[in-house]
Design a binder for this molecule. Structure first.
Ligand code: XMP
Length: 489
């Protein structure tokens, strides 16, 4: 139940934005009237920083949908390079989720706690297999006492015609090591001075205890917006479903992800305003009180309030707006602009935040979601079209590259989980699979969205997302008005 103050806060906010109450709207129901702008060129707008929670800032307001066809290793790395955040699918078996998280943490990392190693007598063939399995380009070679004795890099074996040789025959023995605990500045100087890419770290007894990589250390110059932690690694989010009852097995899955460096957890279910989610949040909070929680999905102020009250830090909003969603077939859900706006007002009162999940088709939708208070948008449809998304690419009958975009509650997704033994029975599907064109790389797709957002911001005369939230307001439009803007006969 909302209090009278909460209800009037919603009314006031809606009135200030030009939104009706008692009637729900979605993105294309509104347009954005211009404001006087002192921005001479769109290129003056480049700050898209957003505060997702107290300790979590992102350089861009974009997170990936935790869907199996969307978020895998390649997409996660590419998106976090751009400044977004990747959420692993909670439907993946826990071993695969943990492996994904581990591989994200290793990719382009400045400091690796447990570097991948090999031994001098290992066959080159096996070392190559290990490198390709983990997506790395070199291995530290250690002796039987775990002391580093060499490095095997791609250039050491690139011109080897046959695989018969052993690691010891090919590795580079010129090794510069540093003591564990060396600060990043000094490590950078060592790497530069010696023109090397890898700096193995050793403990007091000379055993290998870590690795600093030049690629990871000098990352900001290549990817200034990248989402990194204080050890120079990509930030890792975890994910968990809630099931019919939240069991000890679920808690162990949360623990396994925390052990692998997850610093924020998504609790994801189609019906988060529920006893199941309540149980999950309470149990997780009891065991891991400091772990920030993103919880969803809901689409009403009451649902958001419920989740904030019991410990959610960020609420994910959206029931049915997504490209492959069919939840509205059962009659439930609130058109997305209104849903996000209501939940964001409640979030503000708890000093918490919301993510708008689903239905974003272009930069205008992104801007509208941010104006009603979302701190980020979750994207499936736009990101699955990237070369790096987890869905395999194939060609359609016209020879164009395409991918399958599979709704998490679709028959296909449920069947896959049923066959793996992760689902007891198949429910009536609330999602579908669609074939979508491949439109570019993550960099190109994100860049297009951000350049569009910069344009929206230039029209509205704002230079950051805080100003966008303050100054953006809406004018309702008819279906004909919307049509006028998108289809030109
Ligand atoms: P977009 O529009 O970006 O939306 O593709 C992504 C979001 O869609 C949700 N989702 C589903 N919703 N049935 C639903 O009703 C489904 O099968 C389904 N699969 C994904 C999800 O919230 C995702 O982030």
């Amino acid at each position: 139940m909302l209090t009278n103050e909460e209800k009037s806060a919603i009314h006031e906010f809606f009135a200030s934005k030009g939104l009706p109450t008692g009637r729900a709207l979605t993105f294309s129901d509104v347009s954005l009237p211009e404001n006087y702008s002192d921005i001479r060129s769109r290129s003056e707008v480049f700050n898209f920083e957003t505060r997702l929670s107290q300790n979590l800032n992102l350089s861009i307001p974009i997170v990936s949908a935790n869907m199996e066809s969307v978020t895998g290793l390649e997409l996660a790395v590419a998106l976090e390079r751009e400044g977004g955040l990747a959420f692993p699918p909670q439907s993946l078996p826990i071993e695969e989720r943990v492996e994904l998280i581990t591989r994200i943490s290793r990719a382009d990392s400045a400091l690796i706690d447990e570097p991948l190693t090999t031994k001098p007598n290992t066959a080159l063939e096996d070392a190559k297999k290990q490198m390709s399995q983990f997506g790395v380009r070199s291995l530290i070679v250690i002796d039987k006492n775990k002391k580093p004795v060499g490095i095997l890099s791609k250039r050491d074996w690139l011109y080897e015609e046959k695989d018969g040789k052993s690691v010891g025959d090919l590795m580079s023995k010129k090794l510069i090591v540093a003591a564990l605990g060396i600060d990043f500045k000094k490590a950078g100087e060592l790497l530069r001075k010696n023109k090397i890419e890898k700096l193995p770290l050793v403990d007091k007894s000379g055993k290998l205890a870590g690795l600093i990589t030049a690629n990871g250390l000098f990352y900001k110059s290549r990817y200034p917006r990248a989402t990194r932690d204080d050890k120079g690694r990509f930030l890792r989010a975890g994910s968990i479903g809630v099931g019919q009852t939240f069991t000890a097995k679920h808690l162990r899955e949360v623990e396994a992800q925390i052990k692998n460096g997850v610093s924020i957890l998504l609790i994801d279910t189609a019906r988060a305003y529920s006893v199941n989610t309540e149980e999950a949040i309470k149990k997780i909070k009891k065991e891991f009180p400091k772990l920030p929680l993103v919880v969803g999905n809901v689409s009403t102020a009451e649902g958001a309030k419920f989740l904030f009250e019991i410990g959610a830090d960020i609420v994910k909003v959206g029931q049915g707006p997504g490209f492959v969603c069919r939840t509205r077939e059962v009659g439930v859900g609130v058109p997305q602009l209104t849903a996000v706006a209501e939940c964001a007002v409640i979030a503000g009162r708890y000093k918490k935040t919301v993510i708008a999940d689903g239905g974003i088709k272009n930069p205008g939708d992104l801007a509208k979601a941010l104006i009603v208070g979302a701190r980020a948008v979750m994207l499936g449809n736009l990101l699955v079209r990237a070369r790096e998304s987890a869905s395999p690419m194939f060609v359609d009958e016209d020879n164009r590259p395409v991918k399958n975009y599979t709704g998490s509650a679709s028959f296909a997704a449920q069947l896959a989980r049923y066959r793996r033994g992760d689902l007891k029975s198949i429910r009536r599907p609330e999602g579908v699979t669609q074939v979508v064109p491949v439109t570019g790389t993550i960099h190109e797709i994100v860049d297009d969205l951000l350049r569009g957002l910069a344009s929206t911001m230039a029209y509205l005369g704002v230079k950051n997302l805080g100003e966008l939230r303050d100054k953006g307001r809406f004018i309702e439009q008819t279906a004909a008005g919307h049509f006028e803007g998108v289809k030109k006969a």
